[in-house]
Design a binder for this molecule. Structure first.
Ligand code: ACO
Length: 382
């Protein structure tokens, strides 16, 4: 019997701190009009000092897990798609796994630029369909504000911070993530790159002085690539799901630029009511943009049972990815009280305390071991 991977929970997190185009125009040589006209963006959410990729991922994932009515100990795998991880290592996913109390889960990060969430969704669905795992949390989380040069008007106006998550679960019932397509063209890697801080250019005074720790983008070339690939990937995945283009109910594209989305919609002959756009409020949140958009489309009642969705991402790499999803999730609020309590705030708080407890016990263990070693090495007293 074939197995299917259903999205059974979803959640998002956006920092409360909002920066409008007008705010930005006070800091760099730009205008609200230019940004709106060229990109469609009106504002973005920017993380405060206390917020970063792991924390936002945890918030979004908790939201998704509660909605899915799943006990965190049932989770087999946590994947965090991000281009702005908490550290180079350990993986952000490991920090999230611990904070969620997903004690049985494996965890890893996936880096495919703005396509990361769709890459992770496709990968997770394949693992569920092959019966390798049954319950997977897929998160897209980004703190791009930490890697943009706030003096470069060509890039700083485009990006925002946030996180979105889904819970995927296996079932014999048809539906869920039905088809996917993944693509890459590394020859375009230089078009969108953060050159400093990796193995090629390790962080140091030189990399900082030459601003290599900031994102660099050839906007025009990325634009050309995006307008071409978005429609192509959508067509390819629709064909793999055996859908004609007019059977698509909602197209949820990566939220980078309204003009890129309009051009893809035109090529796909999709009317405006079948395209979901929320970039005016968030800017480009990279791997978080599609799961945040999915959450908002659900909240707006644009997705009902049986709806056929196409999710398409593109980004650094260059990469692109698309998934065809037949929506089957129950309405939010259908969770039982028992599970609500089991997966509620108390459980997450306890997971946080336990994680901290393990850290402390590891430190104490190291100190005690050192003391014992020192005592053992002392010459015996006469
Ligand atoms: N305010 C005012 N003027 C600006 C600004 C700004 N914020 N930014 C650039 N300009 C100026 C430029 O200096 C240039 O001036 P010039 O003609 O005097 O030299 C003029 O505007 C036109 O610049 P272009 O770069 O040609 O503008 P374009 O119409 O191409 O729009 C944009 C730029 C919005 C960046 C567009 O190229 C784009 O959206 N590209 C795709 C970017 C994208 O989607 N990136 C994300 C990929 S996903 C990921 O993985 C992160």
């Amino acid at each position: 019997m074939p197995r299917y991977a259903h999205i059974i929970g979803w959640g998002k997190y956006a920092p409360a701190n909002v920066v409008t185009n007008v705010d930005l125009a006070k800091k760099v040589d730009t205008t609200d009009e230019w940004i709106r006209e060229r990109t469609g963006i009106a504002q973005r959410h920017i993380a405060t000092e206390k917020e970063s990729t792991a924390l936002m991922a945890v918030h979004a994932a908790r939201d998704a897990i509660e909605r899915a009515d799943v006990d965190p100990r049932e989770i087999d795998l946590v994947i965090v798609a991000t281009a702005t991880p908490e550290y180079l290592f350990p993986a952000t996913a490991c920090l999230v796994q611990s904070a969620l109390g997903a004690e049985r889960a494996g965890a890893y990060d996936l880096e495919a630029g703005c396509s990361g969430f769709v890459y992770a969704l496709a990968t997770a669905a394949a693992m569920i369909r092959s019966e390798t795992f049954n319950t997977i949390v897929v998160i897209g989380s980004e703190t791009l504000s930490r890697v943009v040069d706030w003096k470069d008007r060509g890039t700083c106006v485009l990006f925002g911070d946030g996180a979105g998550a889904v819970v995927l679960r296996g079932s014999d019932a048809p539906g869920g993530v039905l088809a996917s397509t993944l693509g890459a063209d590394g020859s375009g890697g230089e078009l969108l790159i953060l050159p400093g801080g990796g193995a090629k250019h390790p962080a140091g005074p030189d990399t900082v002085l030459s601003k290599m720790h900031y994102l660099k983008m050839n906007g025009r070339e990325v634009y050309r690539f995006a307008t071409k690939i978005m429609a192509e990937a959508a067509k390819q995945v629709a064909a793999r799901a055996s859908w004609s283009l007019d059977q698509i109910d909602l197209f949820i594209p990566h939220q980078a630029n309204a003009r890129i989305i309009e051009s893809a919609a035109k090529a796909l002959k999709l009317p405006p009511e079948k395209i979901f756009v929320n970039l005016q409020n968030y800017g480009n949140t990279s791997a978080a943009s599609i799961p945040i958009a999915l959450c908002e489309a659900l909240a707006a009642g644009k997705i009902t049972a049986g709806a056929r969705l196409i999710l398409v991402g593109f980004g650094a790499g260059l990469t692109w990815a698309a998934c065809a999803v037949e929506w089957t999730a129950a309405k939010p609020g259908a969770a039982t009280l028992r599970h609500r309590v089991a997966t509620g705030k108390l459980r997450f708080a306890w997971a946080g305390i336990k994680s901290l407890g393990w850290q402390i016990s590891r430190h104490v263990d190291a100190v005690v071991s050192k003391v014992i070693d020192a005592v053992e090495k002392k010459p015996a007293a006469k």
